[in-house]
Structure formats: C-alpha cells, structure tokens
Design a protein around this ligand. Structure first.
Ligand SMILES: [Zn+2]
Length: 278
C-alpha cells in the first residue's frame, strides 16, 4: 500500500471515532441481560456474548487495550473466552472492532462483517484490525449457531456498513426482541454534505432512521452503554428486576431524539456544504 493511501485511511479511522470518553476503558461488572445474552463490555464500550451449545458469538471486541477486561468479564459470568467461535461488530471503528485480530488469533473464531465495512476491518492503517474477514454479510443475512439466530441489519451513515443486530431471547416465559443498535450518530468532524468519499451519507442516515423506527424492540441495547442507560438499568437489574433492560418506549424516544439531532446537523451542513460538524 502506498503512503498516500495509508495516510488517508488512518485519517478516516481516527476521525471517525466519537470523542474520547473517560468511561471507555473503565471496568464494568459483566452480567446476564436476558436469555443467553450477556453484557461483557466496559463502563461505556458495549460488548456482548450470546452463549450457545455450539460455541459463543461475540459482538464487539472494543480496543486492544480493553481486551484484558473483556476476558475477565467473560470469565466472571461463567463463560469461556476460548469458546468464542464467531466475532461480529457494530461498525468498523476501533472502539468496537480494534481487537478483532487479537480475538481471532487467540480463539480461532470466524469474523463476519457487513460488506461495506469489510475493507476497514481488513485495513492495515494505524489502529485498524488488519484481519481477514471470513464471511461477508449483507443486509438481512442470518448468523446461526447452536439454535440461536442473529440478524444483520445494515443501518449505514455512521459508517457505510454500520450494523444493527437483532435476536430473540426467551426470559420468564416470554420471547423478547433484542436490538443492538450500530450507531445513528453524526460524529463531530463528519462532513455530512459535500464529502466526496461518502456523497450519499445523508440518504444513508435517512434509510437508517426508517429502519430503526420500523423495528420491534423489547430489549434496547447498542454499541455504547450511554445509548440505552446501561448504568441505571444495571442498577435496576441488580435490585431484582430481571426485565430492567426491556424498554420499548425508551428505544422509541431515543431513536426520535437521534433523528432530530441528525436533521438539525443536516440542515446546518446543507447551508454550509463541505464543512465538518462542529
Ligand atoms: Zn463509531
């Protein structure tokens, strides 16, 4: 890869990140959310394990520096790191996929990534995973293991292959639709109008909001704990409410607020094409 390509890829990889957050690398207790779905992330970087009889599915690895915490979290809920057999990600930004290469190397797991984000996961730019994507996913593809089905919904805009994962889990005799939102955020520094590298980005966000608005959501989850009030809900769960993460109204309210934020930034960007989000 020549130097110019390398530099432009690193710029994309770092500028795409949300602002550094002190909660990113802080430990957080791991716990069972509902059914066989577990929270194994940090205080803000959400990572999930879905446990099955044929192996476990990991959604998000977080940064390489968070890997010791991820391993501790998985062990603390009685699961085995070495049982991870499929690795998925919310989208191709280092706060979610940074340690994919490490986990793949250590567990031998299969990496599955939405088509439009695959080149970023395979990228050798600084901070990128530079790992082989074993299976390319497209919108609506199913990931199946040990009787569990996880569906990949392409919700682009934040990245071209940003993925919202859904699965059904049983808890207390009820089937609950679980939604792990990829990200609807327009980050600081994003050029929403007039970006030659991603000219149809606003249209992608519009599609994503239509998809998110149409989804049935019981258990509201996402790529960052702050999307779905991780801390407050965890406190409720610890106090004995096993349905603490069931929050269909919270999901709707949050998606509506994010759509308003997007529309506001889109209006600003249309009036000043080519300028980054302040
Ligand atoms: Zn991101």
């Amino acid at each position: 890869m020549n130097r110019r390509v390398f530099l432009s890829l690193s710029a994309v990889a770092t500028s795409g990140l949300a602002q550094e957050n002190p909660e990113w690398h802080k430990p957080f207790p791991a716990f069972r959310i509902v059914g066989n779905l577990y929270y194994v992330g940090t205080a803000d970087l959400a990572a999930y394990v879905i446990h099955t009889i044929q192996g476990d599915i990991l959604i998000n690895t977080n940064f390489p520096q968070d890997l010791p915490l991820l391993k501790q979290s998985i062990a603390s809920v009685g699961l085995k790191y070495s049982n991870i057999s499929i690795i998925l990600t919310s989208h191709a930004h280092s706060d979610h996929d940074g340690a994919i290469a490490n986990v793949k190397k250590e567990t031998g797991a299969t990496v599955m990534v939405m088509n439009e984000d695959a080149s970023e996961v395979e990228s050798v730019a600084k901070g990128r995973p530079a790992t082989h994507v074993d299976r390319i996913l497209r919108d609506g593809y199913k990931v199946e293991l040990g009787g569990v089905r996880v569906i990949a919904h392409k919700t682009p805009g934040h990245t071209p292959g940003c993925t919202t994962w859904t699965t059904t889990m049983e808890e207390g005799g009820k089937n609950l639709e679980c939604v792990i939102v990829g990200s609807p955020n327009v980050n600081k520094g994003y050029v929403l109008v007039g970006d030659k590298k991603y000219p149809n980005r606003p249209d992608d966000y519009v599609k994503t909001f239509a998809i998110l608005n149409s989804m049935k959501c019981d258990v509201f989850l996402g790529a960052h704990g702050e999307y779905f009030n991780l801390k407050a809900k965890y406190a409720k769960l610890k106090a004995g409410d096993q349905m603490a993460f069931v929050d269909p109204n919270g999901y709707k309210t949050w998606v509506a607020a994010k759509e308003q934020e997007f529309q506001k930034e889109w209006a600003r960007a249309k009036a000043a094409p080519g300028t980054p989000k302040p």
